[in-house]
Design a protein around this ligand. Sequence first.
Ligand code: ZN
Length: 172
Amino acid sequence: MEISNNKVVQIHYTGKLTDGTVFDSSEGREALEFIFGSGMIIPGLEEGLAGMKATEKKTVEIGFEKAYGPVQEQAKQEVPKAQMPEGIELQVGMQLAAQGPQGQPMPVTVAEIKDETVVMDFNHPLAGKDLVFEVEVVEVREATKEELEHGHTHPEGESCGSEEASEDKKEE
Ligand code: ZN
């Protein structure tokens, strides 16, 4: 079965920057499972995976436009030092967890430290970066009707127990 829209796909992957630095990998973890075509993974990776079959391997090179997008200057915000969490010695490049609009954790990076304020960068840490993914397709199967309604996968065929379909609920 080939990877196409509304298939449930499992992959093992290693994501690298173009200089070879590994930023994420499924090695030692369970394979990443997602519904293909639903925007759960970055667009460039979906394009690279389309048409692949189980056990196939591939190296997918992805320009930043089809990964995490360009760095946006307006995503940098100056925050008064008094509003920063206490007990943290701030350093440029340090990552903190802020809370996103839906309460989800969002990584932010300390971009600059001024006298009274700190410039926080809300860009994705991989914004503006070209990426290289080494992927291996583990499994391709049809999504069940329930999975498509929920917008996420049900590993091992077990339902998540949720009656309410929630588009933005993410599964670990
Ligand atoms: Zn569900």
